[in-house]
Design a protein around this ligand. Sequence first.
Ligand SMILES: Nc1ncnc2c1ncn2[C@@H]1O[C@H](COP(=O)(O)OP(=O)(O)O)[C@@H](O)[C@H]1O
Ligand SMILES: [Mg+2]
Length: 249
Amino acid sequence: MRAPVLTLEAQDLHIHYGTIRAVAGVSFRVAAGSLVALLGANGAGKSSIIRAVAGLVPPTAGRILLNGREIQGLPPHEIVRLGVAVCPEGRRVFRHLTVTENLLLGGWVRQRREQEETLAHIFGLFPRLAERRRQRAGTLSGGEQQMLALGRALMSRPGVLLLDEPSLGLAPLLVREVFRVVARLREAGVTLLLVEQNAAVALELADYAYILENGRLALEGPGKDLLSNDHLRRAYLGEAPEEKTLPPG
Ligand SMILES: Nc1ncnc2c1ncn2[C@@H]1O[C@H](COP(=O)(O)OP(=O)(O)O)[C@@H](O)[C@H]1O
Ligand SMILES: [Mg+2]
């Protein structure tokens, strides 16, 4: 059904945009078949890491390994062929193409017959996309476009899927829908790196999580352990520190 399940690792990754340093020495590991969350505030460097793994920005130093094989510096299409797919931040569907056309573009690495099988599988996973298969992507709602971006990434039958803020800007009902699909992918054994602002939900699902601050790792651990970490609750889950109330009078 898909590329073999893959382990993704980064070792001492550095990423710059000109003189701007976005990521400064980050290491992480996503074991085959696990779901790892990468969390952090805006500008922490999450998308830069996703882009580096996908080959869209070259890291200035460090290694990226897929089942132990170095992939940093390879062009994006070769990284896709090795089994890595990205569902990018902000969805980026082709607005003037239909739902089916968008999905087929995601399946370019696969043979025609495999593409048709995968298309049927994805329409099963997202019935709303099936109903709208001939509709132009630009006319879909935000939530439907997110489903389409997810479906398109799945069309290559990836061994590792990188999800960059899939729930951003969606209504609560659709956020739940997105996470339902993420949970199903995880049950199906796809290796998942999930970037999220929605820290609470991501930590519930994640086997392991890394917290990024200003391009460096600030905290890491099993998802459920981080959920009960006080520092993290205050910084990322929007909880105020316990107030010391003064006695009345
Ligand atoms: N194309 C770019 N050119 C210059 N600076 C960038 C570019 N993309 C990101 N940055 C900078 O790199 C840092 C990390 O950004 P990013 O990886 O997008 O963070 P996040 O996804 O966690 O919000 C930020 O300071 C951001 O301004
Ligand atoms: Mg980002």
